[in-house]
Structures are given as structure tokens and as C-alpha cells.
Design a protein around this ligand. Structure first.
Ligand SMILES: [Zn+2]
Length: 298
């Protein structure tokens, strides 16, 4: 799938298009009335009310400008130990790198890999196994990690506070990149290229950042897991059960929705299914998604 962004193009490379979690676990503070009211928008792509499941895609966005190719979030990877999530444990044959090539993107042509945050579904394809070692999957890329995000996770790892699932992701998909000398630690405001700047999006993790795109003809924000599901556009204060600071997550959403509504900025969250991205309209104290971008064939 592909959509234009000014003179750049964005290819959406899906690694898992139907990952489900019980709505009651994932969004413990959801407003059932809002779900009922907006059911026509939320079903079937984002919620399945009959089974009580919230539905997500795990996907990368490849942004190609005149001068560079940037892969944003690297999904799940293959061959990795994830016993806590059986469908992601020791996965094989996902076809992810083939889909990337079919979209016209050779892994060797990627200049930058940026991980919005360091959860396992955003770092997996950073590395692949070669002779029993984890080596970079994108041989010519620099990998950008948020300095605060990486330091927070390394601190959790050192002090034994990281959950085993997260610890494994760091050990097989992040630390090998640092040890190979391929990581650049970056801060809020860092410019990836002309019109491309990192924006802090705390709440889901402490150091999450997004990529704000400000081209002459297009504005967008690749906002990672600041938003998981359009339900949170109707209810911006709604964080997930996995967010480290639910209150700050709500503040982040209010801020990015207000700015997106004012400036016509397209939001590109990491896990939206359906049309994958949305414009935002202000609606009283809240907001509404407008799905007016329809990705076409790559
Ligand atoms: Zn995620």
C-alpha cells in the first residue's frame, strides 16, 4: 500500500495485519457509549464487538524523499523468542522483506531506520539472525534511537525492572545495533532531513518520539503508539493498559489532535488497520477521525 506525501511517497509494509487484544484488557477506561455511537466507523477494521476484540496492524512506513529513504518502526522480525505472545514466538516465513522489495525498496537502500519507541513490535526487523548472531537487517542504514528512550530501557534492564518480553526485545533487536556501532542517539527536535523533525510523544513509553513532516505541500505526523485505535480520537484521555503514564499519554493526544486539526496534519499511527492514517476534525471538546486518504497499490 502506498500514499503520496507532497513530493515524497510512503509505502506501508505490513508484518501482521490482524493482531487482536481483548478491548476490556487493552482499553480498561473506554467509554462504552462512545463505542456504541461510533460503531459504524470502528467496525470492522478497528473493533469486533461480537468477540470483544480490538484489532491492530503491525506495520512499517517507508518514507522516500528526493534524497533519502527512511523506515519508521521495524515491526516484529523473525526467529525471535517471544514465548509470552505465542503468535509472535519464533515466527518464520512472514514475507516482510519480500513485501518491502516488491514495493521497490531494497533493504540495502534504506538510509535511516527510526524506532518511535523500543517495544518489541517496533524494533524486530532491526536485526536478523546470521550464523547464530543478530546482525543489522538494513546493511547501510544508521539506526536512530531516542536517547531518553534507550537510556530508560537500558536502566530498566540493568536494574531487573524490564519485563522478560521487553528485555528479550532489547537483547536481540536493539543492543546488537548499538554494539555494531550503527546506532545514533537522538533528541527531541532532531532533523532527519529537510522538513523532517522528531517530536516528543511521551505517555505510552517515557521517551517515545514521532516524525513530524512539514513539506511545502503536505504535513503529517508518524505518531507511533501515541494513538493505537481511532477510539482514542473520540476519547483522547483514553490510554491503554500498557501505557507507562496514562495521564501524560492523554495530554500528548490532546496536543497532537489539536495541532493536527488546526493545521490539516495527517496522523499516521503505527497500528491503524483500514486506511492506516487519518486527518483530525475538532468536534466540541473532542475530535473525530476523517479517513480521506486511501492508500493505493504499491
Ligand atoms: Zn506498538
Amino acid at each position: 500500500m502506498r500514499f503520496p506525501l507532497g513530493e515524497a511517497i510512503v509505502d506501508i509494509i505490513v508484518d501482521d495485519d490482524d493482531f487482536s487484544m481483548p478491548v476490556s484488557d487493552f482499553f480498561p477506561d473506554r467509554d462504552p457509549e462512545l463505542i456504541k455511537k461510533h460503531r459504524g466507523v470502528l467496525e470492522p477494521d478497528f473493533l469486533d464487538l461480537a468477540t470483544g476484540m480490538a484489532r491492530f496492524a503491525i506495520q512499517s512506513f517507508v518514507l522516500r524523499t528526493a534524497t533519502m529513504t527512511i523506515l519508521i518502526d521495524s515491526c516484529l522480525g523473525e526467529g525471535k523468542d517471544r514465548p509470552e505472545i505465542p503468535v509472535w514466538h519464533q515466527r518464520r516465513g512472514s514475507g516482510f522483506l519480500d513485501r518491502l522489495r516488491r514495493a521497490g525498496v531494497d533493504p540495502a537502500s534504506i538510509d535511516l531506520v527510526f524506532c518511535t519507541h523500543l517495544h518489541i513490535d517496533h524494533v524486530g526487523w532491526n536485526t536478523q539472525s546470521e550464523n547464530g548472531r543478530w546482525v543489522p537487517s538494513f546493511p547501510n542504514a544508521r539506526y536512530l534511537f531516542g536517547r531518553n528512550e534507550l537510556n530508560d530501557w537500558l536502566d530498566q534492564l540493568r536494574t531487573g525492572r524490564a519485563l522478560p518480553l521487553h528485555a528479550r526485545g532489547l537483547e536481540d533487536s536493539v543492543i546488537p545495533i548499538v554494539e555494531a556501532g550503527r546506532a545514533d542517539l537522538v533528541d527531541d527536535g532532531y532533523e532527519l532531513g529537510p522538513g523532517l523533525r522528531l517530536l516528543p510523544l511521551p505517555g505510552h513509553t517515557r521517551g517515545q518520539m514521532g516524525v513530524a513532516v512539514d513539506f511545502a505541500q503536505a504535513r503529517a505526523l508518524f505518531c507511533g503508539d501515541a494513538v493505537h485505535n481511532p477510539l482514542q480520537i473520540y476519547q483522547p484521555g483514553l490510554s491503554t493498559g500498557t501505557c507507562v503514564d496514562p495521564k501524560v499519554g492523554g495530554e500528548t493526544r490532546h496536543k497532537i489532535f489539536a495541532e493536527a486539526a488546526d493545521n490539516g496534519r495527517l496522523l499516521v499511527p503505527a497500528h491503524f488497520r483500514g486506511q492506516r492514517c487519518a486527518h483530525i476534525h475538532a468536534a466540541g471538546d473532542s475530535y473525530e477521525p476523517v479517513f480521506d486518504v486511501r492508500p493505493g497499490e504499491s
